[in-house]
Write a protein of this length. Structure first.
Length: 348
């Protein structure tokens, strides 16, 4: 932890307010660690009132308060704003005899406060945030030893604030680390270009689904799609349009397929979809919707309009058949669709 500054405190209102804000301490609940320092200050200085006072833009707010049933007072009623403008402990032996403070409500109230001593709370980089102060109902002085102790306790307040700040930073770092881990997990299972499941994660899902189908006996289908003449798209229009074509297919698949379906980018211009609880005739209807959606949505920004088509292989997902055999059969059906003229679906 950084050393607490022993130099003259800087007091520039805007800079000091900015320094205070970085601790995130204003309007937080009272805490025993701060209360105890205020209680020790009251005991050491033999004073009935002790405050940890922080100077906000329009008020002084008390993180700890002993003997005064308030959490804040207006800044124009603050003795502490004078205390932070000088080094060392600021002492007013009799507030009622000092023209700066005689009209303050703490002085004119019933059972008035008359004595004030405040040690500035100075950050490691030299900004005064407020004071650790003590007050009494009678005019008096404060011994040098008590002043030294009050300053030492003020430094302990700053150490608590620095510790809070370090803990807050560590907490934020942990939040950011968890978010980074989450994003990495997403990336590990997602195709970067299309945001669909990648081949690795989709294969794992197929294995899981196969086990579920063996147990439950529900129907399921697999649909393999390949963009027709994709090499020509890249050669004629450039790879950036090829990327747009892949993204368009992914977007339309998200629109056409159900939330329960899983669509992946299987590789290159090839996509593979899992349709749980779906019969072959139902899957054929889904395939037709994909063809129709592509026909209605050319690749954006390309002139003359570039309309994509896909060839598809469709298969019942038989849980008793080895997965690699099912995928080979799908691939054969897809290439059969290409041989038969493309832009069609072949059922195997």
């Amino acid at each position: 932890m950084a050393e607490i500054s022993s130099t003259v405190a800087l007091y520039d209102d805007a800079a000091s307010l900015q320094a205070l804000q970085r601790y995130g301490i204003l309007d937080t609940p009272m805490e025993p660690a701060y209360d105890e320092l205020a209680e020790i200050a009251a005991h050491v200085c033999e004073a009935p009132v002790a405050l940890i006072s922080l100077l906000d833009s329009h008020r002084q707010w008390f993180k700890a308060s002993v003997g005064l049933p308030l959490r804040e007072t207006p800044l124009d009623q603050s003795v502490c704003r004078y205390a932070v403008r000088q080094p060392g402990v600021f002492i007013v032996p009799d507030l009622a005899q000092d023209a700066r403070f005689a009209h303050f409500s703490i002085v004119t109230q019933e059972n008035p406060l008359r004595f004030y001593a405040g040690a500035p709370l100075v950050t490691p980089d030299g900004y005064a945030l407020g004071t650790l102060c003590v007050l009494d109902h009678r005019p008096r002085q404060l011994s040098q030893k008590a002043q030294d102790m009050l300053s030492a306790l003020a430094r302990q307040v700053i150490r608590l604030l620095e510790l809070k700040r370090a803990n807050d930073r560590q907490g934020q770092m942990l939040v950011e680390l968890e978010e980074a881990r989450r994003q990495m997990a997403v990336l590990a299972h997602t195709d970067v270009l299309t945001s669909l499941a990648n081949r690795r994660s989709f294969t794992a899902r197929l294995v899981q689904e196969q086990a579920l189908l063996q147990r439950d006996g529900e129907p399921a289908c697999l649909l393999m799609m390949d963009i027709d003449h994709f090499k020509r798209v890249n050669d004629v229009h450039g790879h950036h349009v090829g990327d747009q074509a892949l993204q368009l297919v992914a977007t339309l698949c998200r629109d056409v397929f159900r939330a329960a379906d899983v669509v992946s980018r299987w590789g290159g211009e090839e996509f593979l979809a899992l349709l749980p609880a779906t019969r072959v005739d139902q899957a054929q209807a889904v395939a037709q919707r994909v063809h129709a959606a592509l026909a209605a949505h050319p690749v954006p920004g390309v002139e003359p309009p570039l309309v994509l088509t896909v060839s598809m292989g469709l298969s019942n997902f038989d849980p008793l058949r080895p997965l690699d055999i099912t995928l080979r059969a799908l691939d054969s059906a897809l290439y059969a669709a290409k041989r038969e003229g493309r832009n069609r679906t072949v059922v195997v």
